[in-house]
Design a protein. Structure first.
Lengths: 378, 446
C-alpha cells in the first residue's frame, strides 16, 4: 500500500514555530498512522517488532467478544423484561445504541485529559487509555447516567493515574478506580435491583431485575442456572456477564503473552480454594453455594482476565504474581460471602491487592538479596 | 577445566545472512587501527607520533595508571594518523603496513606477564575492563561457543590452532584456574556472564578474567614463538550482506575491502540532521545486539569477531500497530508470524501453499519510547538469579547500594542485550547498565 501522500501530508503539517506546543497531539496522531522511522542509536541495533501500541491494541481486541456479547445482552434483558418480541439483531442494535454514548463519553473525557496532560508535560501521549477507556463502560450498570460516567472517568485519569506521573506510574487500576468512584459516590446507581436493565433506548430509567449475587445477598438462591451464567444471559454490569465471551478474550491474551497466565490462573485457584473452604464450613446458604458459581457470577472472571492482569498495578515478579493472584481470588470470595454490605467483592479485592503488590514484590526481591548476601558472606 | 552447561532461558533471533563456512584470507589488508576506547579501564598515553615506523607488537599507547599495560601495533608499518575526538580524546591510532617485516621472531618461549603485548586481550569482570594483575581472579573463563546472532562457529575458526590454544590456556593457568566452557542453549548461553552465573556467580569483592577463545590462541602463539600476530577469523553476515562467509584478518583490520564486497545497498542521497549523506546499510563491528556502528572504511573493534550488515530502517510503517505482521519478528506472540509459529510450527502455511515468513530485520526501533508497562518477559531471556527490571530501575535512579544488592557486579551491558531487544517500551537498557557500571568502576579504581 503506497501511503506516501499521507507521509508527506504529515510532514507538511508538522507544527512548528508558534504551534510547536501542539507537538504531543501531532505526535499522537502521526504515530497512530505510522510507526515512526526512528532507527536504533546505541545498544541493540535490531529491535523486536512489538511496541506499546501493539500490546495495548491486543487488549482492546481481546475485549471485543465480551463487548459484542454485552451489547446483545443489554437488548435481550430489556426484551425479556418488557415482554417485547425482538429479533436478536435488534437486541444487539439496542445494546449497541446504549453502549455507544457511554464508550464515546469515556474516550472523549479520558483521552481529552490524557492529551492535555501530555501536552502540558511535553510528553508523548500514552496509549494505555485505549484499553482503560473501553474497560470503564464495560463494568458499570447500563443505566449509569452519562454525567456520572464522565465524572468517574475524569477522577480515574487524574487521581488514579496522572497525579502519579501517567501510565506506568500508577499503583491502582484506573478502570477500577472509576468504578469504585461510582460505587461510593452514587451507590444507588451502582447496586440494588433497579439498575441492571435499561427501560428504553435513552435515559437512565431501569426495570427491576436482580443479579444472581443480589439474590444471594438477600438469602435467596440465584434464579439463573449455572448454564445461564456461563453463557451470560443474566442481568449484570454491561459486558461482564458472559463467562464464555470473557474466556475467548482470555485465550487471545494468553496466546499473545500479553497477560500473565500466572495471575489469571492463580486468581481462579485462590477463589476456588476459598469457595471450597466455605463449602466445608457450610454455615449458611451462601457458603454452601458450589465453589465454581463464584467464577460465573458477577465480575470475577472479567476481573481475573482483564483487571488483575494489568501489568502496571499487579505484582511484577513471577513469584509475586502467584501470591497476588491467589489473594485476589480468595479475598473476592471472602468479601462476597462474609460481607453483606458489598455484594460484589472482586473490585475491592483487586484494588486492595493493587495496594499490596509493591509490598509483595519487595519481599520477593528481599529474598533474592538475602540469597546474594549469604553467598558473599561465605 | 572443561565444563558443559545447559541454559534454557534465552532467544535465538532468526536473523538472515548466516555466514557460510568458507574462509577467505584477508591478512594482506593495508590499514589497521588500535582503538583505546574499546578497552575499558584503559587511560591512554600516546607513545608514537604520525610518521613513526613501528613493528608488530611495539607499544603504541600505554596506560597512564599502570605503564606495564600497553596496546601494541598489530602489524609492521608506519603510524598513518592519530584520530582524536571531543576534548582531544584518543579514538584511533591508524597504522599503515609496509612490507618489510622487521619483527624480531626469537622462536623462544615467552611467559605471559602484564608487560606482554597480548595482555590487553584479558578482560576482567566486574566491569569488563582490562585485567589488573594486582587482582587475584577466582577463575579465568573461556567460552567455547559464541551464541550471538550470526556469530562465528568457534570450533570451525579454531581448527588448526589447537596447539596454540592449548599453549594459551597453559599460560593463563599460571594466574588462576582456567575454565573452558561450552554452553548449550539459546543466546545468551555463550556469554561469559551467563556462564559465570551458572558455574560460580560473582560476589562483591571477587573478580574473574575472561579471554575470547581466538585470543587464547593468539596468546598461545606469542608464548610459543614470541611472534605477536593477533589473527582472528571473523564471521561476516547479516540480511544486507551479499555473500556471507568468514574472513581471516588481523585484529583492527580496515573493513573497506569487505564492505565493498558485501554492502547490498549503496548510500542514498537523504540527509540526516547534520547534512550528512546517510548510508542505507549499517555496518556493525561486533554482535548486532551490542556491537558498534562503523563507517564503510572503518576498522574492526578490538574485541570483535564478527561484522554484520543490516539495512537502515528509516522508513515509516503504515498502521504498523494494527497490521497482521507476517514478516515481523517478535518474541511476544502479538504478530501473526508469532501466533502461527506457536499454533503449528508454520506447517499451516505450507498446507495453505503460502510462503513461510522470512523476517524483515532492519535498524528501525519499531515504536516509540514509553515507561515500563509490561512485566515478566525480561525474565524469559535473562538466565541470571537477578531481577532484571528491578536492577534496571535501580540503575536509572542511580541507587548504588541497591544496585549492589541486586547483583550489578554479575552483569555486563551485553547480558541485557536481549532484554533491550524484546522491550516493548524501547528503553536503552544497555546504556543504562553501562553508565551505572562506569560509575561503580570509577569509584572502585579511585
Amino acid at each position: 500500500m503506497n501511503m506516501k501522500w499521507l507521509e508527506d501530508w504529515f510532514e507538511k503539517i508538522e507544527p512548528k514555530g508558534k504551534w510547536s506546543w501542539l507537538g504531543s497531539t501531532y505526535e499522537a496522531f502521526h504515530t497512530f498512522a505510522f510507526t515512526p522511522k526512528t532507527v536504533t542509536k546505541s545498544g541493540s541495533h535490531i529491535r523486536d517488532a512489538v511496541d506499546m501500541k501493539r500490546s495495548i491494541i491486543i487488549v482492546v481486541i481481546a475485549l471485543m467478544p465480551a463487548l459484542l456479547f454485552g451489547m446483545w445482552n443489554i437488548g435481550y434483558q430489556t426484551a425479556m423484561s418488557t415482554g417485547a418480541d425482538w429479533h436478536w439483531l435488534y437486541m444487539w442494535w439496542f445494546g449497541f445504541l446504549r453502549m455507544l454514548p457511554m464508550i464515546a463519553v469515556s474516550y472523549i473525557v479520558g483521552l481529552g485529559i490524557e492529551f492535555a496532560f501530555a501536552q502540558y508535560r511535553h510528553h508523548e501521549v500514552n496509549e494505555g487509555f485505549l484499553a482503560t477507556g473501553l474497560l470503564i463502560p464495560m463494568i458499570v450498570p447500563v443505566t449509569t447516567p452519562l454525567w456520572q460516567l464522565a465524572l468517574a472517568v475524569a477522577f480515574a485519569v487524574i487521581i488514579g493515574k496522572e497525579v502519579f506521573g501517567g501510565s506506568g506510574m500508577n499503583f491502582l487500576n484506573p478502570a477500577l478506580v472509576a468504578r469504585a468512584f461510582l460505587f461510593f459516590a452514587y451507590p444507588t446507581h451502582m447496586s440494588g435491583d433497579k439498575v441492571w436493565i435499561a427501560n428504553d433506548l435513552w435515559g437512565s430509567d431501569a426495570i427491576a431485575g436482580a443479579t444472581p449475587m443480589g439474590e444471594l445477598a438477600t438469602g435467596a438462591h440465584p434464579s439463573a442456572s449455572a448454564l445461564d451464567m456461563l453463557i451470560g444471559t443474566i442481568p449484570g454490569s454491561t459486558c461482564e456477564t458472559s463467562f464464555i465471551a470473557i474466556a475467548l478474550g482470555a485465550i487471545l491474551l494468553l496466546m499473545t503473552g500479553i497477560a500473565s497466565w500466572r495471575i489469571m490462573l492463580s486468581v481462579f485457584l485462590g477463589g476456588g480454594a476459598m469457595g471450597l473452604l466455605f463449602n466445608a464450613i457450610g454455615a449458611n446458604d451462601y457458603m454452601q453455594l458450589p465453589f465454581y458459581y463464584h467464577f460465573l457470577m458477577g465480575g470475577f472472571a472479567f476481573g481475573a482476565v482483564f483487571m488483575a492482569t494489568d501489568p502496571v498495578t499487579a505484582a511484577q515478579t513471577n513469584c509475586g504474581k502467584w501470591i497476588y493472584g491467589l489473594l485476589i481470588g480468595a479475598f473476592a470470595v471472602l468479601l462476597r460471602v462474609c460481607n453483606p454490605a458489598y455484594p460484589e467483592g472482586m473490585m475491592l479485592s483487586i484494588l486492595f491487592m493493587n495496594c499490596m503488590a509493591p509490598l509483595i514484590d519487595h519481599c520477593v526481591v528481599a529474598a533474592n538479596i538475602k540469597r546474594r548476601e549469604r553467598r558473599t558472606a561465605k | 577445566m572443561r565444563h558443559d552447561i545447559k541454559i534454557k532461558k534465552g532467544l535465538d533471533i532468526p536473523l538472515g545472512g548466516i555466514p557460510e563456512q568458507k574462509i577467505l584470507d584477508l591478512r594482506g589488508v593495508e590499514r589497521y587501527a588500535v582503538k583505546p576506547p574499546d578497552v575499558v579501564g584503559f587511560t591512554p598515553r600516546l607513545l608514537v607520533a604520525e610518521g613513526d615506523t613501528v613493528t608488530a607488537g611495539q607499544s603504541l599507547v600505554e596506560d597512564k595508571r599502570d605503564a606495564r599495560l600497553t596496546l601494541p601495533s598489530p602489524v609492521d608499518g608506519i603510524v598513518e594518523t592519530i584520530v582524536r575526538g571531543e576534548k582531544r580524546r584518543l579514538l584511533e591510532v591508524v597504522v599503515c603496513r609496509n612490507n618489510q617485516s622487521t619483527q624480531n621472531i626469537q622462536n623462544t618461549p615467552n611467559t605471559l606477564t602484564p608487560e606482554s603485548p597480548c595482555w590487553w586481550m584479558i578482560k576482567e569482570r566486574p566491569f569488563g575492563a582490562i585485567a589488573n594483575s594486582d587482582h587475584k581472579p577466582k577463575g579465568i573463563y573461556i567460552s567455547l561457543r559464541d551464541t550471538n546472532p550470526l556469530a562465528p562457529d568457534l570450533e570451525f575458526v579454531l581448527k588448526g590452532r589447537e596447539h596454540e590454544f592449548e599453549a594459551g590456556v597453559k599460560a593463563l593457568e599460571t594466574f588462576a584456574p582456567v575454565h573452558c566452557v561450552k554452553a548449550e542453549g539459546p543466546h545468551p548461553a555463550g556469554n561469559i556472564g551467563t556462564i559465570v552465573a551458572a558455574i560460580d556467580p560473582l560476589s562483591k569483592g571477587e573478580c574473574i578474567w575472561t579471554v575470547n577463545a581466538q585470543d587464547v590462541a593468539n596468546i598461545g602463539r606469542w608464548c610459543i614463538t614470541g611472534e605477536y600476530r593477533p589473527e582472528r577469523v571473523i564471521a561476516v553476515g547479516g540480511p544486507a550482506a551479499k555473500a556471507p562467509h568468514y574472513y581471516r584478518v588481523i585484529c583492527g583490520a580496515c573493513l573497506k575491502q569487505i564492505s565493498e564486497a558485501q554492502v547490498m545497498y549503496e548510500s542514498y542521497p537523504a540527509m540526516d540532521g547534520d547534512g550528512q549523506t546517510v548510508a542505507h546499510t549499517r555496518i556493525i563491528s561486533g554482535s548486532p545486539l551490542s556491537g558498534s556502528t562503523v563507517a564503510a572504511d572503518g576498522f574492526l573493534g578490538m574485541y570483535d569477531q564478527q561484522v554484520c550488515y543490516i539495512e537502515e530502517g528509516d522508513k515509516y510503517d503504515f498502521m504498523g500497530w494494527l497490521m497482521p505482521g507476517l514478516k515481523k519478528f517478535s518474541f511476544s506472540k502479538t504478530f501473526l508470524s508469532g501466533l502461527l509459529g506457536k499454533l503449528g510450527n508454520l506447517e499451516i502455511l505450507d498446507t495453505l501453499g503460502m510462503p513461510r515468513p522470512s523476517y524483515n530485520f532492519n535498524t528501525n526501533m519499531h515504536g516509540s519510547v514509553r515507561p515500563f508497562l509490561f512485566t515478566g518477559s525480561f525474565e524469559r531471556v535473562f538466565p541470571f538469579d537477578i531481577y532484571p527490571l528491578q536492577l534496571i530501575k535501580a540503575c536509572i535512579v542511580g541507587d548504588v547500594e541497591l544496585q549492589e544488592k541486586l547483583g550489578i557486579y554479575e552483569v555486563e551491558p551485553e547480558d541485557f542485550a536481549l532484554c533491550e531487544f524484546i522491550d516493548p517500551s524501547k528503553t536503552e537498557i544497555q546504556s543504562i547498565i553501562r553508565e551505572a557500571l562506569e560509575v561503580l568502576r570509577k569509584e572502585a579504581t579511585a
